[in-house]
Design a protein around this ligand. Structure first.
Ligand SMILES: Nc1ncnc2c1ncn2[C@@H]1O[C@H](COP(=O)(O)OP(=O)(O)OP(=O)(O)O)[C@@H](O)[C@H]1O
Ligand SMILES: [Mg+2]
Length: 184
């Protein structure tokens, strides 16, 4: 009798066929609005994982410029053609959301040393709350390493030209929100 075929850990046997589980990463943030640093991280995720779920945090305390729906719509406009990307919103604990969507890795972007302290604490707290979850960090292209949503909004509102830092769909939305402001 021949030995049983080896199955990768976690693989699902379906009849005679073996399906490997899809590798899903969750990329959480407030994304108010999405910018090219975020898109850079999403593309890097897609080179490592099969699917990326962008998890838009509902946090009204941050006084967002864009509603949750608008932020999700922007992602759909930018990445809607890519079936490997999904967008959902969540509130409450990220680790509980990770259980609901049955994902293991949280992906976070690291721009500079200044991000490290907060991200380190958050990763360890999340691990303590849910040991099943892992946090992975990715670095963006150097040209986006100073970019944040806050800075992009601030520069735009003061008349700065931020094309090249946000996708055109986001630039158009910023013009709608703040008419006669941005320099491009
Ligand atoms: N320029 C960037 N390059 C790489 N990762 C980034 C960049 N900006 C943000 N991120 C990462 O994206 C995730 C979501 O961050 P967040 O929504 O807070 O964006 P942000 O640009 O920092 O916005 P805000 O200025 O409102 O804090 C985090 O993991 C954050 O580190
Ligand atoms: Mg931030």
């Amino acid at each position: 009798m021949s030995p049983a075929p080896q199955m990768p850990a976690g693989a699902l046997p379906v009849g005679a066929v073996t399906l490997s589980p899809r590798r899903l990463a969750v990329y959480p943030g407030s994304f108010d609005p999405p910018h090219n640093g975020h898109l850079d991280i999403i593309q890097r995720c897609l080179s490592v994982f099969d699917e990326v779920l962008i998890a838009v945090l509902v946090n009204e305390e941050k006084k967002p410029l864009f509603t949750i729906e608008e932020r999700q719509e922007m992602f759909h406009e930018i990445l809607g053609g890519d079936s490997r990307v999904r967008v959902e919103s969540f509130s409450g604990l990220l680790v509980d959301f990770m259980d609901r969507v049955d994902a293991v890795p949280i992906v976070r972007g690291l721009r500079a040393l200044s991000d490290f302290d907060y991200e380190f604490q958050m990763a360890l707290m999340n691990r303590r709350l849910n040991p099943r979850v892992e946090t992975l960090f990715m670095m963006p292209k150097e040209e986006y390493s100073y970019l944040s949503s806050r800075l992009a909004k601030e520069a735009f509102s003061l008349g700065g030209n931020i094309s090249g830092l946000v996708p055109p769909q986001v630039l158009a939305r910023l013009h709608e929100k703040m008419p006669n402001r941005g320099g491009a």
